[in-house]
Design a protein around this ligand. Structure first.
Ligand code: CA
Length: 224
């Protein structure tokens, strides 16, 4: 999953970036409204954390523009204490949730998981596919209850595919959702990651659909 953080407070931005990376997300950060709006406009994020008080373009205006342009990604707005009118303006502009500063990073992460979960139609952080379990809370995966050792890219790949299980996902879509913008994005490396992931979770769990992409499946389903 790939997250955009738009926040002009450098300390907070750095802290969020690190916490999100540690939790297994690909993260892009913008320090002003113009860059933030541009990134959200051009990249397919799985969720956005948006401060409302920003240089160049304010958060509410950014959100209005995104929604007017049909961007549906979930957005959590960050507001100053006691600014209830800001929250109302944020929700009216299309926010899905809010947090009042200062907040605990754990709370932000929990709200983010809830939004991503809802957006992909899941009810818990644990996604199960046969005896494969993907735990988005701890960023870990298990086969028959035994933990599998995954790199952060492998986990992101698996987590994204598990959230969209049964659907064919193109390599381009995978590239867009597991790498941040600074990463050297070569779609051939997706093949390498898929190969490694197959060796770790079982070859028959990831189907290659020729010319279209990959699909995560429960191998037991096709035997029935
Ligand atoms: Ca601010």
């Amino acid at each position: 999953m790939r997250i955009l953080v738009v926040e002009d407070d450098q300390d907070l931005s750095r802290q969020l970036h690190q916490a999100l990376k540690d939790t297994g997300y690909a993260v892009d950060v913008a320090a002003d409204g113009e860059e933030g709006h541009f990134l959200g406009d051009t990249e397919p994020y799985d969720a956005v954390i948006l401060d409302l008080g920003l240089p160049l373009i304010d958060g509410v205006s950014i959100l209005q523009k995104w929604r007017a342009d049909g961007k549906t990604f979930p957005v959590i707005i960050l507001t100053a204490r006691d600014q209830w009118s800001e929250k109302v303006a944020g929700f009216d502009a299309g926010a899905d949730d809010y947090l009042t500063k200062p907040f605990h990073t754990e709370e932000l992460l929990a709200r983010l998981r809830a939004l991503i979960r809802r957006a992909s139609g899941h009810t818990t952080d644990m996604i199960e596919l046969g005896d494969l379990t993907v735990d988005n809370r701890s960023a870990r995966a298990f086969v028959s209850g035994a933990p599998i050792k995954l790199t952060s890219h492998e986990f992101r790949l698996l987590s994204y595919m598990a959230s969209h299980q049964g659907r064919v996902i193109s390599r381009t879509e995978l590239v867009e959702h597991i790498y941040d913008q600074d990463f050297d994005r070569d779609s051939n490396t997706i093949e390498v990651f898929v190969g490694r992931l197959r060796r770790k979770i079982g070859t028959d769990r990831i189907e290659t659909v020729r010319g279209l992409g990959y699909r995560l499946v429960d191998p037991e389903d096709s035997k029935a």
